[in-house]
Design a protein around this ligand. Structure first.
Ligand SMILES: [Zn+2]
Ligand SMILES: [Zn+2]
Length: 153
């Protein structure tokens, strides 16, 4: 198998083009940022690209993210009590695990391996495409913190 040795930016431009979108520097900057920092909010992305794109605005970043999401290039997740988050890992039906204390969010592989990984007992006649699963719990640092507080009492 031959692998094309393209620079990272060329690969990103290719994926933007493959999604049917015009390649622009804001789009490349947003995609680069998301690859380096998955599960970023629009505000996070804006903070990450504003130096590179002095003329950009949060609204512009929202626009880019919406276009990417509609094109299937980016996945949008909406955890409870959190702004929408965006990531480049699409199409693998992976789930998320969320720390209820600090908000740390991690990827977890699909429970079954393909969508929908949960079968509802009654679909009301629907054809089911996907189940959005977010596991919640306490991350390791928060767990340790809790143990410390408990032992201090
Ligand atoms: Zn935590
Ligand atoms: Zn994810």
């Amino acid at each position: 198998m031959t692998q094309l040795d393209l620079p990272a930016s060329a690969t990103l431009a290719d994926s933007v083009r493959a999604a049917g979108l015009k390649v622009t520097s804001p789009r490349l900057a947003v995609l680069t940022m998301l690859q380096n920092a998955p599960h970023s909010s629009a505000e996070d992305v804006f903070a990450g690209v504003r130096n590179e794109l002095p003329g950009t605005s949060v609204q512009a970043v929202y626009g880019v993210l919406a276009a990417f999401t509609a094109a299937g290039l980016v996945r949008r997740i909406d955890p409870a009590n959190s702004p929408a988050l965006f990531e480049c890992r699409v199409g693998d039906n992976h789930h998320h695990i969320l720390c209820v204390s600090c908000g740390e969010l991690k990827d977890v592989d699909c429970v079954i391996g393909a969508a929908p990984c949960l079968a509802p007992s009654d679909t009301s006649g629907f054809t089911v495409y996907a189940a959005e699963v977010t596991f919640t719990g306490l991350c390791e640092p928060c767990n340790k913190q809790l143990a410390l507080e408990d032992s201090a009492e």
